[in-house]
Design a protein around this ligand. Structure first.
Ligand code: BTN
Length: 321
């Protein structure tokens, strides 16, 4: 283990307490200068460490730093893990690996400069607020079943957020996750298709979660509809690493059986649209409809005002509250 990790371990064992430089040095059999350097590196990585000459160093439990090592240790599946401070888009990055030298990979970032949302929209991904991650996989499903990936990701995030925070999570078909009617997570699944056999060459499942309120607040166009999991709370040691790993573990556990839709009930139970009047948004028009049910293929079964019924396989709805 390298020096900075050894120092971090001792500070973690004594979280929120001061540990003197002398104690650290003798416990780890290192010089005081080596300790000082390690502390400097850890601070540079974002760990909140207070130093007081007479008392030593104190790691604050408000430190929430993405760490490749920690995520790797927590993940059960055999995946490459890449953690970056900033990237254009974790989905775009994953697609580059998919094209060049595919290996099952998890890409995680602190911020994205070109975060992508559905329908060609921009996904707000500022540093210090959320966590943005993408799974690159080769699912053995037909392209017509790719909704299974988005819906499984939605269920995995919902279940793990509920476990970690005890909050009720709702799913707005097909890819938005809500707490108290506000969106905290969006999912974008993309892929490359083999035209010969209509199979997926690879798929990228991108998940963006607002963890903290952005320093400058959410931009005006989303401030009424967006929320974050922890707001401005600062007691969240390692929250992002655990959240990403828990979601990925949950996803990978069900993924091997994905073609059987084992997550259908969990999705349906959390679906906010069933029984509601919604606006169905299509390329050229918007129409009111009542949501009757969710089909076994995750299609939304809606009844329009003229009595006609449609099974929506994709698209977007706006819920009228
Ligand atoms: C949406 O709400 O429209 C979908 C948003 C998906 C955002 C995630 S963040 C990680 C991954 N990388 C991207 O560029 N987009 C997805």
């Amino acid at each position: 283990m390298i020096t900075k990790d050894k120092v971090l371990n001792v500070l973690e064992e004594n979280i929120n307490e001061y540990v003197s430089g002398e104690d650290l040095a003798s416990k780890l059999n290192l010089s005081r200068t080596a300790i000082w350097k390690a502390i400097k590196t850890l601070k540079g990585r974002g760990y909140k460490i207070e130093s007081i000459t007479s008392r030593g160093y104190r790691l604050k439990d408000s430190s929430d730093v993405l760490s490749e090592d920690k995520i790797k240790n927590l993940i059960k599946a055999n995946l490459n893990v890449v953690v970056m401070d900033s990237v254009d888009s974790t989905n775009t990055y994953a697609k580059r690996i998919g094209e060049e030298s595919y290996e099952p990979t998890l890409i995680v970032a602190n911020s994205q400069t070109r975060g992508k949302g559905r329908m060609g929209r921009f996904f707000y991904s500022p540093k210090g607020s959320g966590v943005y991650f993408t799974l690159l996989l080769k699912p053995k499903i037909d392209i017509s079943q790719s909704v299974l990936l988005t819906t499984l990701a939605a269920v995995s995030v919902a279940c793990e957020v509920e476990k970690m925070l005890g909050k009720e999570v709702k799913i707005k078909w097909v890819n938005d996750l809500l707490i108290d009617n506000k969106k905290f997570c969006g999912i974008l699944t993309e892929g490359s298709i083999s035209i010969e056999n209509s199979e997926l060459n690879y798929a990228v499942i991108g998940i963006g979660i607002n963890v903290y309120s952005p320093a400058k607040g959410f931009p005006k166009d989303i401030s009424n509809i967006a929320t974050s999991l922890l707001g401005s709370s600062n007691i969240s040691y390692d929250f992002k690493n655990k959240l990403v790993a828990n979601v990925v573990n949950n996803f990978m556990q069900t993924y091997s059986n994905i073609e059987k839709s084992p997550h259908l009930n969990a999705y349906k139970q959390r679906s906010i649209a069933i029984g509601k009047i919604v606006n169905v948004i299509k390329l050229d028009k918007e129409e009111n409809a009542k949501v009757l049910d969710l089909g076994d293929d995750f299609s939304l079964i809606v009844e329009y005002e003229d009595g006609s019924i449609e099974n929506l396989k994709n698209g977007e709805i706006r819920i009228k509250i």
